[in-house]
Design a protein around this ligand. Sequence first.
Ligand code: DHE
Length: 536
Amino acid sequence: MRMRLDLLGFLLVGALALAQAPASLSPAEKEEAAKIYFDRCAGCHGVLRKGATGPALDPKKMAEKGVEYLKAVIFGGLPGGMPDWGRQGILKEKDIELVARFLLEQPPAPPVPTFEEIKKTWKVQVPPEKRPTKPLHNRNWQNFFGQVLRDTGQVAIIDGDKKELVAIVPTGFATHILRSSATGRYFMAIGRDGKASLIDLWMNPPQVVAESKPCVDARSIESSKFRGYEDKYAVVGCYWPPTMVVLDGLTLEPLKMVSTISYAKGAGELVTEARVAAIVASHFNPEWIVNLKESGQTWLVDYSNLHKKGRPLPITMIDTDLFLHDGGWALKRYFIVAANALNKLIVIDTKTREFTAEVEAGVRPHPGRGSNWEHPTYGPVWATGNIGSPEVTVVGVDPERHPQYAWKVVKRISLPYAGTLFIKTHPNSPWVIVDFPMSPSPQAAASLCAIDKRKLEVTKCWEVPKAQELKARMVHPEFNKGGTEIWVSAWGAKDTPTFIVVYDALTLKEKARITGDWVRTPTGKFNVYNTAYDIY
Ligand code: DHE
């Protein structure tokens, strides 16, 4: 009898649980949820939901937490950096409900295109022989800014001298970054949908002259910068499929695809979602420094033999550390990349081609490309902001002339807020400018701070007028070519035009605002000269 009751109880509880479990998603709902997940969540949690910058989202554990809990987190965010998608108005209630339920189901298998399919995406609008041999306009194109208009899938080309819109060109969906070719003549854009676009700044007006779509999901693109190889090749780093794809630099023709599926450093597990994070072009060798997030490897990829039959592509694999994300040059020799979930910085010497040092940063360092300057005591330093702690971390970077400070934190500069994504400086400016777009406080996200490069302390923080009113977060400071101005974007929602604000780089007074109906979801902006010559 007792056994029968237990069984009855068991069945009753099971039936109740079934009654409370949310219905599984219809195929149409699943497609919609997968789209939202891909656009807003996959970057941090992975297409396969194995986690990286954000934690893994295992369906079983998600089911334990329940739909209501998941909805609350997606709506309101978490202090560690999970954005408040609902509160910001980016995801509507029904989107949040869909994603929360989607997380209880196994992730769908994302598509893996073949090389032939990738080649079919390749299009040349203007072949190299039909392109101008000199600029077709009288503008100072080296001081152009390429402004990403994230949610409109466009890039605005702005004349930095006149602060005039020169052209708006179509690019990939949610363009992530721009990089300049070695000569600066071309901007290369990479969309979150993996579409690469080549923009010729000598055309009048500048226009997309070639494109291809080497990935389903991507964040990085770089050109070949070594002497003799300027503008010859490009490389795209894919999040999905886990590959890097080498392209012709002048036509974006896909030349070679390399899988990055690899064994993880340390644990030694095979990682099927080994995503390509930051890529930079070495100044010492004809190679790219390619960082693999989940397997914790930095690859040195030698592009010098690509013109030969069989296209040899020698790769040197260095075990560095897990969760590699973004990074930049110090002294144009040392590449410093954030292993963000480990709160570390990894240093690669691109001259000796070795893993040189690791440095403890703040919580979840996010340098963008970081900032370089010469300090009177510490010599050359490089600095990063941190998403999870209110600090700019300053590191000595000159082992030859200042060995006592090399790869040591020389100062942790306190900030009023956490949530920094980008910091930037220029050799002609006394300031390092810091943003806070990841702060949950709308007032902090609408603010900027200026750090005195000599005193290594914050001199001034200010809220940017009108940013809060427009529900915008100030993001990604960038200097003009001469280092006399700082440009920062007000990143709002797609349905409301915002602005790009321009400050005097000495007095920090507002000089101009670039506005217009086209200024929608402006995120990263890239000055041609500073991007081509790695000045930051
Ligand atoms: Fe980025 C750089 C990945 C969210 C704007 N971002 C990078 C790089 C990587 C990366 C790997 C380094 C590229 C390189 O140097 O070759 N970014 C990711 C993500 O995975 C993440 C966390 C989540 C996602 O889903 O994409 C993410 N990034 C963002 C944003 O939310 C930003 C602010 C707006 C957007 O486009 O979604 C954003 N990321 C940028 C910018 C850079 C960047 C502007 C280049 C900074 C620079 O100065 O070089």
